[in-house]
Design a protein around this ligand. Structure first.
Ligand code: NAP
Length: 248
């Protein structure tokens, strides 16, 4: 009986849960790949490798060398480069690719969301929405907000940003899940006027949206980058079922 070796492109809680689910399947060997951005990542079950592959060519070579049977792109919806690499590399090597994408967030009654298409548009959208900003877009591209001296920022990320920051700010290093009471307290303590977030989706970090609704604060919501045309599922269970149905 042949063993299926499945590579999960990870860095999300779904990817971690999927690795756990696949580890329970017989005849499946799971390898998770992390970019290496987080200093102390939560490690999934099974084998783990860390660091970039060197573009689509590097990934294709890696897939061949490690005799990978299938790839699941379970990276963050805003991680667009690795998704493109995965599409090109799997086509080149001739193995199946599935994307595991959690649904985006949707607006509820009482929400005041401004949808924008980029970090730069988010920065522009802040004008008129108040002085004190809760910035939860992660440490990548925070430099977009540097130089916005008329605003004060509460910047939350998992690790310290290594880019220029706005002159008036406070950093809070934290990793979800977050509870709504804590989010409300944090926003009240810092007299937040407006929340800026990516449309990451999922339950790990959605409490800030409930808190903003409760406090009647506007939310600047950054839309996802365009998604590639690859087969995809929304849930860990569906991705695990896809692996179970792969030809052995
Ligand atoms: P990206 O722009 O798509 O990727 C940049 C480069 O990082 C890729 O070209 C690749 O390098 C490497 N890379 C990305 N994900 C990788 C993985 N799972 N395994 C090995 N190499 C990977 O991605 P990003 O936005 O920088 O995000 C990096 C990681 O953080 C992703 O794994 C993602 O799931 C996670 N994450 C991202 C966000 C976000 O908002 N962007 C939020 C939470 C978590 P090579 O070209 O050298 O292969």
């Amino acid at each position: 009986v042949t063993v299926l070796r499945v590579l999960i492109l990870g860095g999300t809680s779904e990817a971690r849960h999927l690795a756990g689910a696949l580890a329970l399947q017989t005849q499946v060997e799971v390898i998770s790949s992390l970019a290496g951005r987080v200093a102390a990542p939560l490690l999934p079950a099974g084998q783990v490798r860390i660091g970039g592959f060197g573009g689509a060519d590097g990934l294709a070579a890696w897939l061949s060398a490690h005799e990978v049977s299938a790839v699941i792109d379970a990276t963050h919806p805003f991680a667009a480069t690795i998704g493109r690499s995965a599409a090109v590399a799997t086509r080149h090597v001739g193995i199946p690719l599935l994307a595991l994408r959690r649904p985006g967030w949707t607006e509820h009654a009482g929400d005041d969301w401004r949808r924008v298409s980029s970090m730069a548009h988010a920065a522009a959208a802040l004008s008129g929405l108040g002085e004190r900003v809760f910035l939860t877009t992660g440490r990548k591209e925070v430099a977009t907000f540097a130089g916005m001296d008329e605003h004060w920022f509460l910047i939350r990320s998992v690790d310290l940003p290594d880019e220029p920051l706005p002159s008036r700010h406070e950093l809070v290093l934290a990793r979800g899940p977050f509870a709504i009471e804590d989010e409300i307290a944090l926003m009240q303590d810092h007299e937040i006027d407006v929340l800026v977030t990516k449309d990451s989706g999922g339950g790990m970090t959605s409490a800030k949206l409930d808190a903003a609704r409760e406090l009647r604060l506007p939310v600047v919501m950054i839309d996802r980058p365009g998604q590639l045309d690859v087969p995809w599922v929304h849930t860990v269970d569906a991705a695990a079922a896809w692996v179970r149905d792969l030809p052995h």
